[in-house]
Structure formats: structure tokens, C-alpha cells
Design a protein around this ligand. Structure first.
Ligand SMILES: Nc1nc2c(c(=O)[nH]1)N[C@H]1C(S)=C(S)[C@@H](COP(=O)(O)O)O[C@H]1N2
Ligand SMILES: [Mo]
Length: 398
């Protein structure tokens, strides 16, 4: 079997080897076990009740968040992989900072142990794919968009611990005229339409890098799982998930603006409402809400049900959540069960006692403290990013 010569064994994904083995040699395993995971290039089990596999990615089942607390357990956290999860070793790992934006242009290496011994920060923040909710452009607005057709499960909230990127940049000798940094992952190069775009990398303005960005080595008090970036990933609070580069191996620091396919052709808004070259590169996530209830759930008439869900926004803490149980004719406030926080989500609830049997549509509409309210319709963009409209959640009263 061909083994990529540029990669030492520690960097090679075991799963890729399994995935590329002849079918006849595959050992049958129960659904959700390693065999199911290997199909998607994801290490952790993906039980069907908790995940939907979408190509190389796994969407979390939002209804199943009902029995989780404010943090999303790592085994329930969505996975978005451009290729597949590399199984890396922390002892072989090095982070290299390099580029014109370092004083003297000399590159500086950091080992895992060095990062671990530096002052740490801990911060709770959601991580959400820019394409979360993308499928509703088609199903709800009748519009064509490209990309993974996520429903609302491409989000999770974790408590990240690591080192401030600002601290690492400072120790590496960031120059006063540096403007951009570009972290790059150690996963395989991403090939799109037969063309290699290179390894996943996305520029970040120095101002954001120096603000609240973390080089995280822990998720919810445990070392990062392989699928979420072990040994170290970038976490860029409130921004589109692509900014939070997993398995980071090097960071270019530059005195000139940086570009990659992930801030030029992708992760900008293109379409009738946008300039020909597209919008500026995406930064913050938009405002959203989701019910913790299966789509097309059956609910008994004449009984009181506790409808629950979660709301979040990349712009500001959540201020208000309104619920409609009649397809948007009337709205009432939901009770917020968490103190709204920046970069987090709030759990909410409202009792509902349906009278009449038949189909109806539940809706949740969130407003954040910056005054952003979920609109009835999202403005179309060809890659289906940043869906923010109120989602129609069909249920049947029986
Ligand atoms: N190296 C690398 N980093 C990456 C990606 C990737 O494929 N490779 N995917 C990005 C995207 S698009 C998202 S939404 C998040 C997903 O993080 P998660 O898989 O830990 O949920 O990681 C980002 N970082
Ligand atoms: Mo993403």
C-alpha cells in the first residue's frame, strides 16, 4: 500500500490505512463501532442515534442535546473534517512559527511540553461550522446552495484550556508591523475537483489573534480527542468554525495580508446580494435557535409538554427567545435557563399543551444583545453559509 513519504509514521492516519484496505479484508463490526467510524475517517464511535454521517463529517443530533448540560460532551460533538482525522503523537509534535512578521524572520519551535508549562487560560465557547443550518436554504427557501447539508447539529459548546496565541506570538517575537497570522493543520491536503488546495489553513488578522484566540490542548477537562485536533488546535471564539484550525502544526506570521482558498474562494458570501468578488472573509457566526426535539415528533394532545432548546449568537449574548407553536401566528417568550454569556449558548424552555390534533410547526426566534433578531428568511449565498432565519420545526399532535 502506498504510504505518503513526506509524513513520518506518527502523522499517518491509522484510519486512512484501514479505510483503504481491501473490502474483503474488512472485519464486520457493529454499526457505530470502529468500522462505521473508519468510513468517515473519524476515530470516535458515531452511534446512529447521536450522529448523522455526512461524507467526511458527522453531524450531532440536536434532539439528543436535551440530556446534556451546558457543555457538549466530546463524544457528542460534531466533527467537520476536510479529509480525515490524523492520529498524532504529542511527543513527535512541534508547532513552528515562521514568516516575515517575526523579528529577524527566524522561525521558532514550541514543543507540546513547553506549551503545557506556559500559563494557561480556560474559556467556554461554542464551535460552529459556517455552514450549520445550510440545508434550510433548500428545504425552507427553495434555493440551491453547495456544501454539506447540515441541519442544526454542526455546533457544540466546550470548555477549552490552552495557551493564549498572543502569548506564543509574543514569545516568538512578533514584529510590530505584522498584520496576519495563518495557522495550518497537519491533516492531509484537501483535494477539490481534482485540484489540491494544500493543507487546511486560514488567515486570521493579528488583532483577533492577539485578543481571545487559544491554542487549546484540553476540551472539557480532558486532552483534546483525536477528532477535535489532538494534540493542539486553534480556538477562535465566536468566529466561523474554519478559523479554529485543528492539529495545528505551523503558523505563518506576516507583515503582508495572507490568502488561502479558505478566505478567498470559500468562507465568503457570493451571490446576487454581494459584490462580484464576494463579501469580506467571514468572521462571526450569526444568531440561531434549535429545539431539542426530533423533527416530525409526535406529541399527545391535551397534555403539557416541556419544549426545550438552545440559542446562541456570535455577535453578543442572547437577550430574548420567542416561541410559536402555530407556524408563526402568535409568539410567546421562552424561559431562559442559563445566564446569557458571550460565545456561549442558553438553554430555554416553554410549556405547551396542544389542544387540536394534526400537523403544526414549532418556531423559535432569538434576539441577541446587539439587537440581531432571526429573520423570516436568510439572504441567499451560493455556498449556503451563515443561515440565520427562523427554522420551521414540523411536529404532529396526536
Ligand atoms: N486542520 C483542520 N482544521 C479544521 C478543519 C479541517 O478539516 N482540518 N475543519 C474546520 C471546520 S470547517 C470546522 S467547522 C471545525 C470543526 O471542528 P470539530 O471537528 O472539532 O467540531 O474545524 C475546523 N478546523
Ligand atoms: Mo466548518
Amino acid at each position: 500500500m502506498p504510504i505518503p513519504s513526506a509524513r513520518p509514521p506518527a502523522r499517518r492516519s491509522l484510519l486512512k490505512l484501514i479505510a483503504s484496505a481491501p473490502v474483503a479484508a474488512a472485519v464486520p463490526l457493529a454499526a457505530g463501532g470502529p468500522a462505521a467510524a473508519a468510513t468517515a475517517g473519524i476515530v470516535k464511535p458515531l452511534p446512529p442515534g447521536l450522529f448523522t454521517v455526512r461524507g467526511t463529517n458527522a453531524e450531532a443530533d440536536f434532539a439528543a442535546f436535551r440530556d446534556t448540560g451546558p457543555l457538549t460532551p466530546a463524544d457528542r460533538f460534531f466533527v467537520r473534517n476536510h479529509t480525515s482525522t490524523p492520529v498524532l503523537s504529542e511527543t513527535d509534535w512541534t508547532l513552528t512559527l515562521w514568516g516575515s512578521g517575526l523579528r529577524g524572520r527566524r522561525s521558532v519551535d514550541f514543543r507540546y511540553g513547553e506549551l503545557r508549562s506556559m500559563p494557561s487560560v480556560t474559556r467556554t465557547a461554542f464551535l460552529e461550522c459556517a455552514g450549520n443550518g445550510r440545508s434550510f436554504y433548500a428545504s425552507q427557501q427553495g434555493e440551491t446552495v453547495g456544501g454539506t447539508p447540515w441541519t442544526l447539529g454542526a455546533i457544540g459548546v466546550a470548555r477549552w484550556r490552552g495557551v493564549r496565541l498572543a502569548e506564543v506570538l509574543r514569545r516568538a517575537g512578533v514584529a510590530s508591523d505584522a498584520v496576519d497570522v495563518m495557522p495550518r493543520g497537519l491533516d492531509d491536503a484537501f483535494v477539490s475537483g481534482g485540484v489540491s488546495l494544500g493543507r487546511v489553513r486560514r488567515p486570521l488578522p493579528l488583532a483577533k489573534a492577539m485578543d481571545d484566540v487559544i491554542l487549546a490542548y484540553e476540551m472539557n477537562g480532558e486532552p483534546l480527542p483525536y477528532d477535535h485536533g489532538f494534540p493542539v488546535r486553534v480556538v477562535v471564539p465566536s468566529w466561523v468554525g474554519i478559523a479554529s484550525v485543528k492539529w495545528v502544526g505551523d503558523i505563518e506570521v506576516s507583515t503582508a495580508p495572507l490568502h488561502s482558498p479558505w478566505n478567498t474562494d470559500a468562507y465568503r458570501l457570493f451571490g446576487d446580494a454581494y459584490p462580484p468578488g464576494g463579501s469580506a472573509p467571514l468572521t462571526r457566526q450569526t444568531v440561531k435557535s434549535a429545539f431539542e426535539l426530533p423533527v416530525h415528533a409526535s406529541l399527545a394532545a391535551g397534555r403539557t409538554h416541556l419544549l426545550t432548546g438552545r440559542s446562541w449568537s456570535g455577535a453578543a449574548p442572547v437577550r430574548r427567545v420567542e416561541i410559536s407553536t402555530d407556524g408563526g401566528a402568535r409568539w410567546r417568550p421562552a424561559v431562559l435557563r442559563d445566564a446569557p454569556r458571550r460565545d456561549g449558548w442558553v438553554r430555554w424552555a416553554t410549556p405547551w399543551r396542544p389542544g387540536r390534533t394534526g400537523d403544526t410547526v414549532l418556531m423559535a426566534r432569538t434576539t441577541d444583545a446587539a439587537g440581531n433578531t432571526q429573520p423570516a428568511r436568510s439572504v441567499h449565498n451560493s455556498q449556503g453559509y451563515l443561515f440565520d432565519a427562523v427554522v420551521r420545526h414540523p411536529v404532529t399532535v396526536v
